[in-house]
Write a protein that binds this ligand. Sequence first.
Ligand code: B12
Ligand code: SF4
Length: 470
Amino acid sequence: MRILLVRVAADTRYMQAMYKVVRMEPLSLEYLGAAVRPHHDVKLFDMRLEGGWDGLRRTIEKYDPQVVGTGGDTCESSACKRVLSLAKAHDRRILTVVGGIHATTIPEDYLHPDIDVVCINEGVFAFRELVERFEKGGAGYEEIPGLALNRDGKQIRTAPRPLADLDTLPFPDRSLTADVRHKYGFSLWGKHLALMRYTQGCVGRCDFCPSWKQTGGRYLRRTVDSMLAELQTIREPYIYFVCEESLLDTKLSLALAEAIRRQGLGKRFGMPLRADTIVKKPHVIEAWAAAGLEDTIVGIEQAEDDHLHDREKTTTVQDNIEALKILKANHVNCTGSMFLRPDFTQAQIDRLMAHTVELEVDCPQYFVLTPIPGTKLFDKCRDSLVEHDFDLWDFNHAVTPTTLPLVKFYEAYMTAYSTHLQPFVVQFYQRKLAQMTPEETDEEMDGLMGFREVFGTLHEDHKEYAGPPA
Ligand code: B12
Ligand code: SF4
């Protein structure tokens, strides 16, 4: 079978700017490719790099696929639908499949005439089984666990699929992206960067997070042997672990750090960590710093314990303070993620910025609190939503009412990034820019300036909601 896997690109200004600065390899599609290769012919098309919609149209014409698969975040969901509509417009016999986080948390949103199958949760084995059945004529999809089948305007759910042991998954097939790999990366971490799975799930139960539900609250992990074997196959010097929280398992984390250090792979690493993990396990951070850990994303989120508590986040402001000290002592950079609640007053936004400065977060990153489908927050906010266009559910637009007039809210949001002028952030940029070639530096600056423009106009995107009067 000819199978086309499409890394989607949403058309919104924010996401287009994002794709220029943060352009990661399409790991999920590389996994799916590995699931069906070599028995099937697979082509991976990345819309971010290969000509967008026109490039996709040409590829569909030329490759003439029999199966087309895609997936993405909520803000990419309408683009996913459009990809599969293009496939059906080419040939209605094409089997169209969508997966990923949006498909997992709100499969009913993909009840669409041009989508045949929605894959819920982990897709490697489901996709393999689906393609096998399609090749044999397409009977018996109901027996494949973990799917929603679109039929005659209705959606039929198959049995839930048991969680996959991460060690049983094939390694992602990175040869599918061989021609474009040099374009993947996030310059502030590593211009040449690969993604890698290590753990999945989280013990947290934050109300705004869909991730812990995906694993039924469990924390899945890969063994040291499996990790080392895959690491040997990765050429890129920098590796980012696509976990929710990487170092929860102390014994495993120490063993992996030690094995990597002993092997002398010379890789640099980035990974997401919870503040309380860092505080409870400074020796694990130390071991990982010795193994090459350079960057971490920490969900600092809020400046007040009450606000953390509102989100059912079990970390405290004190954890955040201690965590930053430990990271700094180990020369590990912290990208701190914070969110502005749409109902924040100017004073509360100012307090959040001040907190970032007190903590000396190396790279503060602000988002707008978004009740993403599949979260407890979504259920809480269901009746107060003011923005129903999923294209804008990108964690940068207010989809619940703002207390400040909308334009003021976004002005405050953009102003929050003035914390990037703080000396400790400037030093972070200097450290990172020193690792780049002049060409990479130019590209980085271009991207960041593009982002700045987008931030200045975020409020213009809202069609339904103008916010409270100024
Ligand atoms: C690593 C990560 C990142 C990385 C890289 C992301 C990337 N896509 O390039 C960085 C840090 C850059 C990032 C950025 C963002 N992220 Co992010 N990210 C993650 C994280 C932690 C892991 C994703 C991952 O790579 N998992 C490993 C891969 C192998 O698994 P997977 O993608 O789920 O794919 C498997 C299955 O879903 C399924 N599948 C997937 N696609 C398909 C397609 C078909 C056809 C089939 C059959 C199956 C299938 O099979 C796959 C194979 O195993 C998730 C949390 C999570 N639990 O998903 C958040 C998450 C996906 N990110 C999120 C968000 C919001 C963003 C941003 C929009 C934030 C922002 N405003 O800047 C950006 C947008 C990035 C983009 N789309 O380009 C949200 C999305 C919520 C939502 N519903 O929209 C999540 C869920 C975080 C959260 N807890 O809220 N992210
Ligand atoms: S700590 Fe992070 S990954 Fe874990 S549930 Fe909370 S937001 Fe999600």
